[in-house]
Design a protein around this ligand. Sequence first.
Ligand code: FES
Length: 171
Amino acid sequence: MPTKRIPLPYSPKVLEYFRNPKNLGPLEDASVVAMAGSPACGDMIAIYLKVNDESEIIEKATFESYGCAANIAAASVMTEMITGKTLKEAWNLTWKDLSDALGGLPSIKFHCGILAVGALRRAIREYYRKKGKNPDWLPEDLTKEEKMALEEEELVKRLQKRYERMLKRGE
Ligand code: FES
């Protein structure tokens, strides 16, 4: 008997952003770009930011995503929410803010929003690293979102190695 896929309970807003994503694609004049996730499993996101160096305001933000509908929607709404904000304000955005803006994400899809915020925070860190600056509000330690993005990347690497070993053994 053919198996039926159970549709996920996506909110109308998630579906709307998935079908008509805003700010999709690379940004030619980006000040900084950062990625999170793993190309191996497809859950990967890139965030591009164009920052005004004097005001530290994000003038433009775009994304590329190879993740699921929730990831595309989360990244898309995030680029809208951070445009016109300072880097500090953007840093304080959480994956829950994204979820709220989308009318809620299904719990199995929380990590898709976390990945988007993880990529944004990497981009902000990278921006300051390139400028040789270290603002006092930027924590030295990785935040929960950044750690979770890292854990996911390491998990995929471990699984990939395991599969490669299984393949070699002909399992
Ligand atoms: Fe992994 Fe959505 S990005 S399931």
